[in-house]
Design a protein around this ligand. Structure first.
Ligand code: GAR
Length: 433
């Protein structure tokens, strides 16, 4: 499945687009505002450093999205369409006045469900973008998810595009795709698409407000450069979908970073609600990783990547090993229990090793696996806030007394058991594309 950004102009034109300092943005909504939330959350997290979100405009005074804007302290202007019965131009003109008064440079339609009049579209041409829950040009208009299910498509998705006179039309900036499962209904498919929308729209805003995308001669032009969404940057080229077969969000974040240089569109199991995680009943890392990878490959019809990992402590005869996650109920308790078990063990007898086995599996059973290890010793107390699991009490060889949880993510990923296992699979992963 692909994500694309259309790129049709000369390098000369692209190079003439200047860098942007801060850009004034307005967001138009009609309903619940989950896309608005994703945008404002990205802004809050520092991922939209060039977007100055001035105002949220809503055509429905009862829309839940209004509260979302308020929660983030963004001014809201309600321009109630019911007050403009039969006068769409008048309604659009009222919105345009707000946009002009705020000197808005980018208009984002984030679930704005009213057709815009020609005059309005013309005034904001090239600086208005929309998100739609289908892979346009398929299924414009309302209930796109339902249309996709009725047509029995196997791949659905979302599209961010510049707005033109055509309803849900206009030059495409980016698309993100999702698989359609056999038992999907409008809700389950809609939720899966929505998760991709929440990544696609902030990314498009980031690109626009950095002056990296522009509409030139009716085509979308992209300039290479920085982005707050490096893992999505590759969305502007062909991508291979891959399901990360783990519900552990810490692992997901780490794997995303490790695989950020591969052309993969990573899905998490959160995109497939309603499916329980499989029971990890294996006796080895390989067996457990295989159980997870094959389960999720079967459900999604995608290539699937799982890992199983643990820590083996010499003084404990290699325990807890494959049972590391089940050694105690919570991460804190696991660490406390291990420090207690090793309380009287001297420094030279505290050798330990992290082990990870990664399994990459296709829906029809083709499989690749790799093992990575990281040697070191167990500390006497926890230290550091990065990483997760046993990282705060593990001192990797070669970094003095520094704990794994004190190392920056990129350094940790270059020496960690998981990083080393996944590195060995990268050639295969790249060939999946
Ligand atoms: C989103 O799915 C968006 O793609 C769609 O409305 C929904 C708004 O959800 N937009 C369109 O259909 C535009 N034709 P949200 O209010 O939760 O962001």
């Amino acid at each position: 499945m692909n994500s694309t950004v259309h790129d049709a102009d000369s390098e000369e034109e692209r190079d003439s687009i200047p860098e942007s300092p801060m850009m004034r943005v307005a967001i138009l909504i009609s309903g619940r505002g989950t896309n608005l939330h994703a945008i404002l959350k990205s802004r809050q997290d520092g991922s939209l450093p060039h977007a100055d979100i001035r105002v949220v405009i809503c055509n429905d005074p009862s829309a839940a999205g209004i509260d979302v804007a308020k929660e983030f302290g963004i001014p809201v202007r309600v321009v109630d369409h019911k007050e403009f019965k039969g006068d769409r131009s008048g309604h659009d003109a009222a919105i345009a006045r707000v946009l002009r008064a705020e000197d808005i440079e980018l208009v984002v339609l984030a679930g704005y469900m009213r057709l815009l009049t020609a005059g309005f579209v013309d005034e904001f041409a090239g600086r208005m973008i929309n998100i739609h829950p289908s892979l346009l040009p398929a299924f414009p208009g309302v209930r796109a998810q339902r249309q996709a299910l009725l047509q029995r498509v196997r791949i659905a998705g979302c599209t961010v595009h510049f707005v033109t006179q055509a309803m849900d039309g206009g030059p495409i900036i980016s698309q993100r795709s999702v698989p359609v499962l056999l038992n999907d209904d409008e809700d389950s498919l809609g939720r899966r698409i929505l998760m991709e929308e929440h990544r696609a729209l902030p990314q498009a805003i980031d690109l626009f407000t950095r002056n990296r995308i522009r509409l030139i001669g009716g085509h979308v032009s992209i300039r290479p450069g920085d982005s707050s969404f490096p893992d999505l940057e590759k969305d502007i080229g062909p991508m291979t979908p891959l399901i990360l077969a783990t519900g552990n969000m810490d692992k997901v974040q780490e794997i995303r970073a490790i695989l950020s240089d591969t052309p993969l569109h990573l899905f998490t199991t959160a995109s497939f609600p309603g499916y329980a995680e499989p029971k990890e009943s294996g006796e080895t890392y390989l067996e457990n990783a295989r159980i997870k990878a094959s389960y999720w490959a079967r459900i999604t019809g995608l290539w699937s990547l799982a890992d199983d990992s643990g820590i083996e402590v010499e003084a404990l005869g290699g325990r807890p090993g494959v049972f590391s996650a089940r050694y105690a109920p919570t991460s804190r308790e696991r660490i406390a229990k291990m420090l207690e078990e090793l309380r009287d063990v001297p420094v030279e007898k505290r050798r330990a090793r992290f082990v990870a086995v990664a399994v990459l599996r296709s829906p029809d059973g083709e499989e690749y696996s790799a093992k990575g290890t990281c040697d070191g010793q167990i500390a006497f107390a926890r230290c550091g806030e990065n990483g997760f699991g046993y990282d705060p009490i593990f001192i990797p060889d070669g970094y003095g007394r520094t704990h794994l949880a004190e190392l920056p993510d990129d350094v940790k990923n270059s020496i960690s058991h998981r990083g080393r296992a996944l590195e060995q699979l990268k050639d295969v992963l790249r060939k999946l594309a």
